[in-house]
Design a protein around this ligand. Structure first.
Ligand code: NAP
Length: 294
């Protein structure tokens, strides 16, 4: 990367804000766009340019990075007369780091290649804390020389980059990793609920897991306070894991296979979402297990 790219960052939510701040800290020239304009203020205070539309942002930059909620959010920032695609010229690059569906990602890659735009499919593993500490694990797919060229940018947000192949392989890998995260979360919540129902302190479940070297998992530590205090400030909002669980099931259905435990997890997440908990951390599923049955 002889000349550092001018980076345009789209999506300053829980993850994107922290990732963009790390790019600024690393010394990159970063401009930002966010649907809710107020979230760009702290970046303006740091000397970053802010754009009023995704198109205006893309016009200012060589490299656009997206970290938005879902396929619909990606459509909103990419498509139409004010979208990123309308401003793309050959030589630009797009790195998508949001978790979208594999089909959406494959179609996006095709659109970019047709327009002469480089594309990396690069979702992330790790939550709010890892994003803040630039300790994300990136699940990358795309042309290797492009990945290598842009690795200084990616390294400013991460501790490791795992190369998965061509798009949508990064997204496919992300869904497999999140399948484990979803099931670990439900396992913790069900264990805590069962402990409580039997008159055992849920803290003892954590203690027993922590004392056993083969069961002592960093993810359990990450969710411990949420489960024990029944307080669920959003690190990974439940609505995003519900979206991912549905992507997993759709992929499995396409391959004519079943994921019975993931299907059960999806219905638990749906129930929680329908209880109005979509914006809370996904560990909020505990509430649906401990609230009395109606
Ligand atoms: P978030 O806090 O909900 O932020 C979502 C971002 O998308 C915000 O900037 C939001 O803009 C924007 N957005 C949503 N709908 C939009 C629309 N229709 N048009 C334009 N912009 C829109 O989400 P997050 O936790 O940062 O997650 C972002 C992505 O990373 C998701 O795909 C998620 O699955 C994935 N992910 C999250 C985590 C995690 O632990 N949180 C970990 C790994 C991967 P506003 O500010 O205007 O709402």
């Amino acid at each position: 990367m002889s000349v550092p790219p001018r980076i345009g960052f789209i999506g300053l939510g829980i993850m994107g804000r922290a990732m963009a701040l790390n790019l600024v800290k690393a010394g990159f020239q970063v401009s930002v766009y966010n649907r809710t304009r107020q979230r760009t203020t702290e970046f303006a205070d740091l000397g970053c340019q802010t754009a009023s539309t995704p198109r205006a942002l893309a016009k200012m930059c060589d490299l656009v990075i997206t970290m938005v909620a879902d396929n619909a959010a990606m459509d909103a920032v990419m498509e139409g007369p004010e979208g990123v695609i309308s401003a793309f010229a050959g030589g630009n690059t797009l790195i998508n780091m949001s978790t979208l569906s594999p089909d959406y990602t494959a179609a996006l890659a095709k659109k970019c290649y047709t327009a002469g735009v480089g594309f990396l499919d690069c979702p992330v593993s790790g939550s709010k804390g890892a994003a803040e500490k630039a300790q994300l694990v990136l699940l990358a797919a795309g042309e290797k020389p492009l990945l290598e060229k842009l690795s200084p940018v990616l390294k400013a947000m991460s501790r490791a980059i795992i190369y998965a192949g061509q798009p949508p392989a990064g997204t496919a890998l992300k869904l497999c990793v999140n399948l484990v995260v979803a099931q670990l979360t439900t396992a913790l919540a069900e264990a805590a609920a069962l402990a409580e129902a039997q008159g055992i302190a849920p803290a003892l479940v954590f203690e027993a897991l922590e004392k056993n070297p083969v069961m002592n998992c960093g993810y359990f530590a990450l969710k411990k306070d949420n489960i024990l205090n029944k307080d669920f400030p959003p690190a990974f909002p439940l609505k995003h894991m519900l979206k991912d669980a549905r992507f997993m099931l759709a992929e499995a259905a396409k391959k004519k296979m079943e994921l019975p435990v993931t299907a059960a997890v999806e219905s638990l997440l749906s129930k929680s979402y329908n209880s109005g908990y979509g914006e809370k951390d996904l560990s909020v599923i505990l509430s649906n297990l401990t609230e009395p049955l109606r």
